[in-house]
Ligand binder design. Sequence first.
Ligand code: IPD
Ligand code: CA
Ligand code: CA
Length: 275
Amino acid sequence: MTTSPDQIDPGVLLETAVNAGRAAGKLLLGFAQSGFRVHHKSPINLVTDADRAAEQLIIGHIRAQFPTHRFLAEEQGRVEQSPSPYLWIIDPLDGTTNFAHGYPAYCVSIGLEYRGHCILGVVFDPSRDELFTAIEGAGAQLNSRPIHVSSTATLGESLLVTGFAYDIRETPRNNLDHFAKFALKAQGLRRTGSAALDLCYVAVGRFDGFWEVRLNPWDMAAGSVIVREARGQLTDFSGTNLSIYGQELVASNGHIHQAMLTVLHEEPARSTPPG
Ligand code: IPD
Ligand code: CA
Ligand code: CA
Protein backbone atom coordinates (compact mmCIF):
# COMPACT_ATOMS: atom_id res chain seq x y z
CA MET A 1 0.00 0.00 0.00
CA THR A 2 1.37 3.42 -0.92
CA THR A 3 1.20 6.13 1.70
CA SER A 4 0.37 9.76 0.79
CA PRO A 5 2.12 12.57 2.60
CA ASP A 6 -1.19 13.57 4.24
CA GLN A 7 -1.69 10.11 5.79
CA ILE A 8 -1.37 9.66 9.55
CA ASP A 9 -0.11 6.46 11.18
CA PRO A 10 -3.29 4.32 11.60
CA GLY A 11 -2.07 3.19 15.03
CA VAL A 12 -2.10 6.80 16.23
CA LEU A 13 -5.59 7.33 14.81
CA LEU A 14 -6.82 4.14 16.49
CA GLU A 15 -5.34 5.09 19.84
CA THR A 16 -7.10 8.45 19.68
CA ALA A 17 -10.44 6.84 18.79
CA VAL A 18 -10.09 4.20 21.54
CA ASN A 19 -9.29 6.81 24.17
CA ALA A 20 -12.24 8.95 23.06
CA GLY A 21 -14.56 5.91 22.94
CA ARG A 22 -13.57 4.66 26.38
CA ALA A 23 -13.89 8.12 27.94
CA ALA A 24 -17.35 8.56 26.37
CA GLY A 25 -18.38 5.08 27.58
CA LYS A 26 -17.37 5.98 31.11
CA LEU A 27 -19.38 9.18 30.83
CA LEU A 28 -22.46 7.22 29.69
CA LEU A 29 -22.18 4.83 32.64
CA GLY A 30 -21.95 7.85 34.95
CA PHE A 31 -25.15 9.32 33.48
CA ALA A 32 -26.84 5.90 33.76
CA GLN A 33 -26.10 5.91 37.49
CA SER A 34 -26.73 9.56 38.29
CA GLY A 35 -29.72 10.14 35.99
CA PHE A 36 -30.31 12.32 32.92
CA ARG A 37 -32.99 14.30 31.14
CA VAL A 38 -34.79 12.79 28.15
CA HIS A 39 -35.97 14.95 25.23
CA HIS A 40 -38.03 13.97 22.20
CA LYS A 41 -36.84 14.52 18.63
CA SER A 42 -40.16 12.92 17.61
CA PRO A 43 -42.71 10.79 19.54
CA ILE A 44 -40.42 7.71 19.70
CA ASN A 45 -37.02 9.23 18.85
CA LEU A 46 -35.31 10.22 22.08
CA VAL A 47 -32.16 12.13 22.88
CA THR A 48 -30.69 12.50 26.36
CA ASP A 49 -28.19 14.78 28.05
CA ALA A 50 -25.83 11.80 27.87
CA ASP A 51 -25.95 11.65 24.04
CA ARG A 52 -25.01 15.33 23.80
CA ALA A 53 -22.31 15.29 26.47
CA ALA A 54 -20.68 12.15 25.05
CA GLU A 55 -20.62 13.66 21.56
CA GLN A 56 -18.97 16.85 22.80
CA LEU A 57 -16.40 14.83 24.72
CA ILE A 58 -15.50 12.68 21.69
CA ILE A 59 -15.21 15.61 19.29
CA GLY A 60 -13.20 17.63 21.82
CA HIS A 61 -10.83 14.72 22.40
CA ILE A 62 -10.22 14.03 18.71
CA ARG A 63 -9.98 17.71 17.80
CA ALA A 64 -7.32 18.23 20.46
CA GLN A 65 -5.20 15.65 18.60
CA PHE A 66 -6.19 16.51 15.05
CA PRO A 67 -7.41 20.13 14.89
CA THR A 68 -7.91 20.17 11.11
CA HIS A 69 -10.04 17.02 10.81
CA ARG A 70 -13.72 17.12 9.86
CA PHE A 71 -16.65 15.58 11.78
CA LEU A 72 -20.05 14.09 11.04
CA ALA A 73 -21.78 13.44 14.36
CA GLU A 74 -25.40 12.46 15.02
CA GLU A 75 -26.44 15.25 17.36
CA GLN A 76 -24.69 18.22 15.79
CA GLY A 77 -24.53 17.10 12.18
CA ARG A 78 -21.63 17.90 9.88
CA VAL A 79 -18.93 20.14 11.27
CA GLU A 80 -16.78 21.40 8.43
CA GLN A 81 -13.46 22.54 9.82
CA SER A 82 -11.21 22.31 6.78
CA PRO A 83 -10.60 20.47 3.51
CA SER A 84 -8.92 17.64 5.50
CA PRO A 85 -9.12 14.17 3.87
CA TYR A 86 -10.14 12.79 7.29
CA LEU A 87 -13.80 12.67 8.37
CA TRP A 88 -14.72 11.24 11.78
CA ILE A 89 -18.23 9.74 11.82
CA ILE A 90 -19.61 9.52 15.33
CA ASP A 91 -22.62 8.07 17.11
CA PRO A 92 -21.97 9.04 20.72
CA LEU A 93 -24.70 6.74 22.03
CA ASP A 94 -26.07 4.05 19.75
CA GLY A 95 -29.03 2.50 21.52
CA THR A 96 -30.54 5.62 23.08
CA THR A 97 -33.96 4.01 23.68
CA ASN A 98 -32.27 1.14 25.55
CA PHE A 99 -30.18 3.63 27.54
CA ALA A 100 -33.24 5.72 28.45
CA HIS A 101 -34.97 2.60 29.82
CA GLY A 102 -31.93 1.32 31.72
CA TYR A 103 -31.56 -1.65 29.34
CA PRO A 104 -27.80 -2.19 29.07
CA ALA A 105 -27.40 -2.64 25.30
CA TYR A 106 -25.81 0.51 23.96
CA CYS A 107 -22.41 1.68 22.79
CA VAL A 108 -20.20 4.47 21.49
CA SER A 109 -19.40 4.24 17.78
CA ILE A 110 -16.51 6.09 16.12
CA GLY A 111 -15.62 5.54 12.46
CA LEU A 112 -13.08 7.32 10.31
CA GLU A 113 -13.09 7.98 6.58
CA TYR A 114 -9.97 8.88 4.64
CA ARG A 115 -10.78 10.40 1.24
CA GLY A 116 -14.36 9.06 1.45
CA HIS A 117 -13.43 5.50 2.40
CA CYS A 118 -13.93 4.02 5.90
CA ILE A 119 -10.57 2.91 7.23
CA LEU A 120 -11.06 2.54 10.96
CA GLY A 121 -13.78 1.59 13.43
CA VAL A 122 -14.08 1.63 17.21
CA VAL A 123 -17.22 0.47 19.03
CA PHE A 124 -17.21 0.42 22.82
CA ASP A 125 -19.89 -1.25 24.96
CA PRO A 126 -19.30 0.15 28.44
CA SER A 127 -21.80 -2.17 30.16
CA ARG A 128 -19.82 -5.29 29.16
CA ASP A 129 -16.46 -3.55 28.85
CA GLU A 130 -16.22 -4.83 25.25
CA LEU A 131 -14.07 -2.86 22.84
CA PHE A 132 -14.39 -3.74 19.14
CA THR A 133 -11.72 -2.26 16.88
CA ALA A 134 -10.54 -2.53 13.29
CA ILE A 135 -8.06 -0.85 11.00
CA GLU A 136 -8.35 -1.52 7.28
CA GLY A 137 -6.03 -4.35 6.29
CA ALA A 138 -5.13 -5.26 9.87
CA GLY A 139 -8.12 -7.39 10.93
CA ALA A 140 -10.72 -6.86 13.64
CA GLN A 141 -10.37 -7.34 17.38
CA LEU A 142 -12.53 -7.66 20.48
CA ASN A 143 -10.59 -6.52 23.55
CA SER A 144 -7.36 -6.89 21.51
CA ARG A 145 -8.08 -10.49 20.39
CA PRO A 146 -8.66 -11.23 16.69
CA ILE A 147 -12.28 -11.94 15.74
CA HIS A 148 -14.00 -13.31 12.67
CA VAL A 149 -17.50 -14.04 11.46
CA SER A 150 -19.32 -17.35 12.04
CA SER A 151 -19.22 -20.35 9.72
CA THR A 152 -22.97 -21.03 9.83
CA ALA A 153 -23.93 -22.28 6.39
CA THR A 154 -27.71 -21.94 6.12
CA LEU A 155 -30.43 -19.50 7.05
CA GLY A 156 -32.24 -22.23 8.97
CA GLU A 157 -29.29 -22.52 11.35
CA SER A 158 -28.73 -18.77 11.64
CA LEU A 159 -29.36 -16.28 14.40
CA LEU A 160 -30.30 -13.02 12.68
CA VAL A 161 -30.83 -9.50 13.91
CA THR A 162 -32.58 -6.42 12.60
CA GLY A 163 -33.86 -3.03 13.71
CA PHE A 164 -36.60 -0.52 12.99
CA ALA A 165 -36.27 3.16 12.20
CA TYR A 166 -38.00 5.90 14.16
CA ASP A 167 -40.45 6.59 11.31
CA ILE A 168 -41.91 3.08 11.64
CA ARG A 169 -45.37 4.53 12.29
CA GLU A 170 -45.35 6.74 9.20
CA THR A 171 -43.60 4.82 6.43
CA PRO A 172 -44.68 1.78 4.45
CA ARG A 173 -40.96 0.82 4.33
CA ASN A 174 -41.19 -0.19 7.99
CA ASN A 175 -39.30 -3.51 7.72
CA LEU A 176 -42.19 -5.50 9.24
CA ASP A 177 -42.65 -7.46 6.00
CA HIS A 178 -39.00 -8.58 6.02
CA PHE A 179 -39.17 -9.29 9.74
CA ALA A 180 -42.14 -11.63 9.25
CA LYS A 181 -40.39 -13.51 6.43
CA PHE A 182 -37.08 -13.96 8.24
CA ALA A 183 -38.87 -15.00 11.45
CA LEU A 184 -40.16 -18.07 9.61
CA LYS A 185 -36.82 -18.95 7.97
CA ALA A 186 -34.11 -18.30 10.57
CA GLN A 187 -33.32 -20.34 13.66
CA GLY A 188 -33.84 -17.17 15.67
CA LEU A 189 -34.36 -13.46 15.16
CA ARG A 190 -33.50 -10.58 17.52
CA ARG A 191 -33.97 -6.81 17.73
CA THR A 192 -31.34 -5.43 20.10
CA GLY A 193 -31.77 -1.67 19.55
CA SER A 194 -28.15 -0.89 18.71
CA ALA A 195 -27.14 -1.18 15.07
CA ALA A 196 -23.44 -0.63 15.80
CA LEU A 197 -23.43 -3.51 18.28
CA ASP A 198 -25.44 -5.65 15.83
CA LEU A 199 -22.63 -5.17 13.29
CA CYS A 200 -19.97 -6.04 15.87
CA TYR A 201 -21.90 -9.15 16.89
CA VAL A 202 -21.90 -10.27 13.24
CA ALA A 203 -18.13 -9.64 13.20
CA VAL A 204 -17.57 -11.81 16.28
CA GLY A 205 -19.94 -14.57 15.16
CA ARG A 206 -22.70 -14.07 17.76
CA PHE A 207 -25.08 -13.19 14.94
CA ASP A 208 -24.83 -14.73 11.46
CA GLY A 209 -26.62 -11.92 9.64
CA PHE A 210 -28.09 -8.44 10.10
CA TRP A 211 -30.27 -6.31 7.85
CA GLU A 212 -31.94 -2.94 8.31
CA VAL A 213 -33.66 -0.48 5.98
CA ARG A 214 -33.17 3.11 7.13
CA LEU A 215 -29.85 3.49 8.90
CA ASN A 216 -27.66 6.58 9.09
CA PRO A 217 -23.92 6.82 8.34
CA TRP A 218 -23.05 7.10 12.05
CA ASP A 219 -24.87 3.79 12.75
CA MET A 220 -22.75 1.96 10.18
CA ALA A 221 -19.36 3.67 9.77
CA ALA A 222 -17.36 1.97 12.54
CA GLY A 223 -19.20 -1.35 12.53
CA SER A 224 -18.88 -1.78 8.77
CA VAL A 225 -15.06 -1.66 8.97
CA ILE A 226 -15.18 -4.14 11.86
CA VAL A 227 -17.36 -6.60 9.88
CA ARG A 228 -15.24 -6.22 6.74
CA GLU A 229 -12.03 -6.84 8.66
CA ALA A 230 -13.62 -9.86 10.40
CA ARG A 231 -14.09 -11.33 6.87
CA GLY A 232 -17.82 -10.64 6.71
CA GLN A 233 -19.81 -9.40 3.72
CA LEU A 234 -21.60 -6.03 3.49
CA THR A 235 -23.99 -4.92 0.76
CA ASP A 236 -27.22 -3.07 0.14
CA PHE A 237 -30.38 -5.05 -0.66
CA SER A 238 -29.42 -5.35 -4.34
CA GLY A 239 -26.08 -6.98 -3.49
CA THR A 240 -24.00 -3.90 -4.33
CA ASN A 241 -21.13 -3.08 -1.96
CA LEU A 242 -22.34 -1.16 1.08
CA SER A 243 -22.35 2.63 1.08
CA ILE A 244 -22.84 4.02 4.59
CA TYR A 245 -24.76 6.89 2.95
CA GLY A 246 -27.22 4.51 1.29
CA GLN A 247 -29.47 3.55 4.26
CA GLU A 248 -29.95 -0.15 3.34
CA LEU A 249 -27.63 -2.66 4.92
CA VAL A 250 -27.12 -6.42 4.78
CA ALA A 251 -24.18 -7.72 6.83
CA SER A 252 -23.42 -11.40 7.15
CA ASN A 253 -20.84 -14.12 7.50
CA GLY A 254 -20.84 -14.40 3.68
CA HIS A 255 -22.23 -17.97 3.59
CA ILE A 256 -25.86 -16.89 4.11
CA HIS A 257 -25.62 -13.56 2.27
CA GLN A 258 -27.27 -14.62 -0.99
CA ALA A 259 -30.04 -16.41 0.91
CA MET A 260 -30.70 -13.19 2.86
CA LEU A 261 -30.85 -11.12 -0.34
CA THR A 262 -33.27 -13.63 -1.84
CA VAL A 263 -35.63 -13.33 1.15
CA LEU A 264 -35.45 -9.54 0.98
CA HIS A 265 -36.67 -9.70 -2.63
CA GLU A 266 -39.47 -12.21 -2.12
CA GLU A 267 -42.98 -10.96 -2.77
CA PRO A 268 -44.97 -10.44 0.42
CA ALA A 269 -46.91 -13.59 1.34
CA ARG A 270 -50.57 -13.34 0.33
CA SER A 271 -53.12 -14.72 2.73
CA THR A 272 -55.27 -17.42 1.13
CA PRO A 273 -58.97 -16.59 1.22
CA PRO A 274 -60.96 -19.08 3.30
CA GLY A 275 -62.88 -21.84 1.50
C1 IPD B 1 -30.75 3.50 16.49
C2 IPD B 1 -30.28 2.10 16.83
C3 IPD B 1 -31.31 1.07 16.44
C4 IPD B 1 -31.69 1.18 14.98
C5 IPD B 1 -32.16 2.58 14.65
C6 IPD B 1 -31.06 3.59 15.02
P1 IPD B 1 -29.83 5.48 18.09
O1 IPD B 1 -29.75 4.46 16.80
O2 IPD B 1 -29.07 1.82 16.17
O3 IPD B 1 -30.85 -0.26 16.64
O4 IPD B 1 -32.72 0.25 14.71
O5 IPD B 1 -32.40 2.63 13.26
O6 IPD B 1 -31.51 4.88 14.72
O7 IPD B 1 -30.93 6.44 17.82
O8 IPD B 1 -30.07 4.66 19.29
O9 IPD B 1 -28.50 6.12 18.04
CA1 CA C 1 -27.54 5.18 16.09
CA1 CA D 1 -27.29 7.86 18.73
